[in-house]
Design a protein around this ligand. Structure first.
Ligand SMILES: [Zn+2]
Length: 128
């Protein structure tokens, strides 16, 4: 997306549906990340529960560990970059504005506060 975009939903029933879809997405993302963390623990912990250093892992374990860490980061990034969460306050139940400058979604309140805060500075173009 290249343009600034604000999505406003005012109808209470639609707000409820939107918020519930966002909660589902967030919960799904959390469940997947929890599952990946369990797989990481299988690799980076000794059977007695003590942490395993990278050089104590077999090459296959190191490769799996790195793949799981990358996957974990990607899923976390996708959630944080989605319209489900405000970049600033982390709320998921508000109308959102997409900022084309940093490619992030903000709740309309945070976006307007930042725009107001930066309007007379050299960073005014950060919030079109
Ligand atoms: Zn916010």
């Amino acid at each position: 997306m290249k343009k600034k975009r604000t999505i406003v939903i005012k109808t209470p029933k639609l707000v409820l549906i939107r918020n519930n879809f966002r909660k589902l997405w967030i919960k799904w993302s959390q469940d997947i990340r929890l599952n990946i963390r369990k797989k990481i623990q299988d690799v980076d912990l000794h059977p007695d529960g003590k942490p395993k250093a990278l050089d104590e892992m077999t090459p296959q374990e190191q490769e799996l560990y790195e793949q799981l860490e990358v996957k974990l980061s990607q899923i976390r990034y996708k959630l944080e970059a989605s319209i489900c969460l405000c970049t600033i306050c982390g709320r998921s139940n508000r109308n959102m504005t997409f900022n084309p400058v940093d490619q992030e979604w903000y709740c309309t309140q945070c976006y307007e506060q930042n725009k107001e805060f930066f309007k007379n500075t050299d960073k005014a173009d950060w919030y079109p």
